[in-house]
Design a protein around this ligand. Sequence first.
Ligand code: 2GW
Ligand code: MN
Length: 307
Amino acid sequence: LAGTGTAVRESHTKYLQPDALTPSRRDVLVLTPWLAPVVWEGTFDIDLLNAQFKLQNATIGLTVFAVKNYMSFLELFLRSAEKYFMAGHRVNYYVFTDQPELVPQLPLPGGRRVIVLRTQSHQRWQDISMQRMGAISRGARQRFLKEVDYLVCADVDMEFRDHVGVEILSSLFGTIHPDFMAVSRYSFSNERRPESQAYIPEDEGDFYYIGAFFGGSVAEVYRLTEACHQAIMIDKANHLEAIWQEESHLNKYLLYHKPTKLLSPEYMCDHDLLQDMQHRKKLGLSNIVRRIRIFALLKNKEVKSNN
Ligand code: 2GW
Ligand code: MN
């Protein structure tokens, strides 16, 4: 219950007693060394969490960018979010786009609305992706701080396929990149040029966070996006662009401002992880990832080679 100081008053709700001697999961890390929970299926009781957040009557903002032909992803994004994202809670979708007239009109229940915000289009895809940090930071200053309690920032090329609810909320959260779940910090794809503001030495790094899903309280997301935006501008002035654009800056920020919660790759499963899961299932092996909550849609990788 970030920042509200609201006491937990739902003691009348019946739920399973937590057992001090039984861990919720034995096969995964559920707590970082700085005591931030890592959210995996089996680690939380959603009824208990919903009862807590209902008392807070929190509104959650979800920012998403649909520029140029990525507009084609927006309908599935919104439709699937209506099924699985923060069901039963108040949600403001903030759609940033260069084509406001093409934003699909969906019927929404009370307490949920779509707000269309105009954003610049850029020639280079790298700029489209990177400018999101500045746009979110400006949006936070201009309206999100007044309108919502939490902000969740997402890529548009993804589909919600299962429950994504208040268990993700905390002051500051990041999501473990599915391809780097079992990888040493030396192999993280962090920025390795010391001249860049996104530089992380090889012997540093906790997790490799994906740029496609992060969030927190509006104040914390404001600090994060503003810091990343400033770092990107400094790099630009020095004719530098980080290896994975704003994702590199996000990783730098989260290394030195530890997130208060981490989301497991259940929250950003990609095609490779899905194939691996299906393979293990066929062999009768257990899976670390038990539920695919968000699926990163497969797209033409050619366009995005960094060489
Ligand atoms: C991006 C790449 C190539 C061609 C077009 C675009 C593009 C991105 C676009 O034409 N229009 C647009 O609105 N975007 C927005 O930027 C959209 O919201 C999209 O989800 C986001 C990031 O681009 P995306 O999804 O193609 O990048 P991914 O999925 O390969 O993402 C990772 O790396 C990115 C940086 O290179 C970001 O950090 C992203 O958050 C990461 O997941
Ligand atoms: Mn993406």
